[in-house]
Design a protein around this ligand. Structure first.
Ligand code: SAM
Length: 390
């Protein structure tokens, strides 16, 4: 099978999570850099990674990397690539790009130039105008330190677009980020998961998808599905294998509550679209009424930030309530994702661990409070604990 070099992109700080997902998919040899994980694999990695990666933003096909300190070098090296090997005559070719710490930094001008270089090459090869009426072949260039990397974006829309979240509450988490938060926690399907501020349900839904081994890309299509160089059969085979691997065994212990009736309705509908409605117990409840009879569990939640919802005092009140209701939950592990460095002082407890992550461009911290392990998990060594890896 043809070998390709792929780059999975992700949010800053989530590289190890994506690398671990790639390891599980059978791609252990990866190179990590800021927001990128690069590896070489047979071409069926394109359907596999698009369908299965939960925490990555996109899967890019790397076509070339070269130094480009001036416009001529940029244009000529793009023009010289064998675009016709991937792109047919009628392709629609949108070009995006970024530039950091490089002499060439005017992204709109570079976009126009890249497009012209590709179009000139293809017009020469196909000996015709390019109608741009067919499938999409999104090109992306990335300039860093005067080094240009050229990609084809195999995903199209970002992988957070799972196809289940048609509506959302205020300040919803990205699906890819929610999947990362779960994978950075110690939750597994044997433990109760509670999100007492569930909003549109992103955390519980992503947890159910993980526990059921439902591929996150099940309900969507990807740009590269229409590319002639990737046989359609590969996509069919990968989708078929993924369906066969879905785990339909016993019920999942996932509880999602929120005070807002309307947002819960949205959450239920999202869960239905994601195929996990039966797996989540949704309930309207104020945070202050949260209790549990379950001895071991994980609370994973994303309280109001204050900053983002513009209601600082109210947000602080919620953090305080969260602290009160969980005060005696020493056998629970708590994972709280919030855009504040002051959270610990209001919560009244020092976190076992904190991670700097981003929700879009907002700097956030993932505070982790590890509780006692359930007896069935005590034999696991510290190295099995995902939060201790890296
Ligand atoms: C930042 S949003 C959660 C977003 C969610 N993770 C998502 O992806 O949609 C915070 C949620 O906390 C809920 N909330 C705020 N105060 C609450 C309280 N006292 N009791 C229960 N829910 C509350 C809000 O209704 C809102 O849905």
């Amino acid at each position: 099978m043809e070998q390709v070099t792929l780059t999975a992109t992700c949010g800053f700080g989530l590289e190890a999570v994506v690398a671990r997902e790639l390891f599980k998919l059978g791609y252990p040899d990866v190179k990590k850099s800021d927001g990128r994980i690069t590896f070489t694999a047979p071409i069926d990695a394109i359907p596999k990674c698009n369908l299965h990666l939960r925490s990555a933003n996109r899967v890019l096909l790397k076509l070339a990397e070269f130094p480009a300190e001036d416009f001529d070098a940029f244009f000529d090296q793009i023009h010289d690539l064998e675009w016709e090997g991937w792109i047919p005559r009628d392709a629609y070719i949108p070009v995006t790009g970024s530039s950091q710490k490089s002499k060439l930094h005017g992204v709109p001008a570079l976009q126009g130039m890249a497009k012209k270089a590709i179009a000139t090459r293809l017009q020469d090869v196909y000996k015709s105008e390019l109608p741009e009426s067919g499938a999409s072949f999104p090109v992306h260039f990335d300039m860093r330190h005067d080094q240009c990397t050229i990609f084809l974006n195999t995903s199209g829309d970002g992988l957070h677009r799972r196809g289940y979240r048609e509506k959302a509450g205020l300040a919803p988490l990205r699906e890819t980020l929610a999947a990362s938060l779960i994978q950075l926690s110690v939750w597994n399907r044997e433990r109760t998961l509670l999100d007492p501020l569930c909003g549109s349900g992103t955390i519980p839904i992503e947890a159910a998808l993980i526990a059921r081994n439902i591929p996150p890309g099940r309900n969507r299509s990807f740009a590269a599905e229409l590319w002639p160089r990737i046989p359609g059969q590969l996509w069919d085979d990968v989708r078929e294998a993924a369906e066969a691997a879905i785990d339909t065994s016993e019920m999942l212990p996932i509880i999602a509550t929120d005070q807002d009736y309307h947002v819960l309705k949205v959450a239920r509908e999202n869960a239905r679209l994601a195929g996990v409605e039966e797996d989540i117990h949704f309930q309207q409840q104020d945070l202050s009424e949260t209790t549990t009879k379950r001895k071991y569990g994980c609370l994973i939640t994303n309280p109001p930030y204050g900053q983002r919802l513009n209601e600082e005092e109210e947000a602080r009140q919620v953090w305080q309530t969260l602290s009160d209701v969980t005060e005696h939950w020493s056998t629970w592990s708590l994972f709280i994702f919030v855009a504040s460095r002051e959270f610990e002082s209001l919560f009244g407890k020092r976190a076992t661990r904190r991670r700097k992550l981003f929700n879009s461009s907002i700097e956030c911290t993932y505070y982790q409070y590890l509780g006692d392990k359930p007896p069935s998990m005590r034999k696991r060594t510290i190295s099995d604990d995902p939060s201790q890896k890296e």
